[in-house]
Write a protein of this length. Structure first.
Ligand SMILES: Nc1ncnc2c1ncn2[C@@H]1O[C@H](COP(=O)(O)OP(=O)(O)OP(=O)(O)O)[C@@H](O)[C@H]1O
Ligand SMILES: [Mg+2]
Length: 228
């Protein structure tokens, strides 16, 4: 099984003059972590949106867990996404009025697969993940998401992406609000948790100082050559 396999991907935003993405091939093995770096505007978030299936189906083939995303429509694609992909974004990660614990458990309420893979007691698994990500204070788990610091919210979002061992985790610059020490600790924990869960990790950023925490690193501009 390949968590991610991309072939001949071309994507152009509606109304755009040039294609934003032109990627010959990219694939990730189970448990592998890839750091993809490139400057602002080069198309990193666009690539993650295409993989997550949240933009129009591009030209070419994107397979997640061996499933061709282009063959799935609407609701089926949404179900597939929550079953197989965990996502961490730069901002607006959490549902503000839900507690930290409820946010972590969200994928398990939408996905039978994630619930089953979260162990006998998903709430216990959620608490363990929060604990391992450095949110061990029990009062934090019951706080509403908007009452947490940005750094705490990012760790809650990481726990939510990890719960139920999705095949692939997409992380879009989730460290930009953190100071240097917190950033390194967060990335280190995330990479370690992904390896333990066997989830492949695709992490995009402009910040090359993070590079050393990943199995492999790639310049987005080398990967993305076919813009026309
Ligand atoms: N919703 C959209 N509609 C049209 N064009 C878009 C949209 N989102 C992004 N783009 C364009 O696609 C290109 C790539 O943007 P993208 O957000 O993928 O870059 P990025 O590498 O993630 O940048 P950053 O590091 O600033 O987050 C840009 O030229 C941008 O203007
Ligand atoms: Mg971006």
């Amino acid at each position: 099984m390949h968590p991610l396999r991309i072939e001949s991907l071309v994507y152009r935003w509606p109304g755009g003059e040039r294609s934003t993405l032109g990627i010959g091939a990219l694939s990730l093995a189970s448990g592998e972590s890839l750091f993809l770096f490139g400057p602002s505007g080069c198309g990193k978030s666009t690539l993650l949106s295409a993989i997550a299936g949240v933009v129009d189906v591009p030209k070419g083939v994107i397979r997640v867990a061996d499933q061709d995303l282009g063959a799935l429509r609407g609701g089926a694609r949404d179900r597939f996404r929550v079953d197989h992909i965990g996502m961490i974004f730069q901002v607006f990660n959490l549902v503000p009025w839900l507690s930290a614990l409820e946010n972590v458990l969200l994928p398990c309420t939408f996905s039978q697969r994630r619930r089953t893979r979260a162990g006998d007691d998903p709430a216990k698994t959620a608490r363990r993940l929060l604990d391992e990500l450095g949110l061990s204070d029990p009062s934090l788990a019951s706080k509403q998401a908007h009452e947490l610091s940005v750094g705490q919210q990012q760790r809650v979002a990481a726990a939510r992406a990890l719960i139920g061992k999705p095949d692939l985790i997409l992380a879009d610059e989730p460290t930009s609000a953190l100071d240097e020490a917190a950033k390194m600790a967060f990335v280190d924990l995330l990479a370690r948790e992904c390896a333990e869960a066997g989830s492949a990790l695709l992490f995009v950023s402009h910040d090359r100082s993070l590079e050393g925490h990943f199995n492999r690193s790639l310049d987005f501009r080398d990967l993305n050559q076919g813009t026309e």
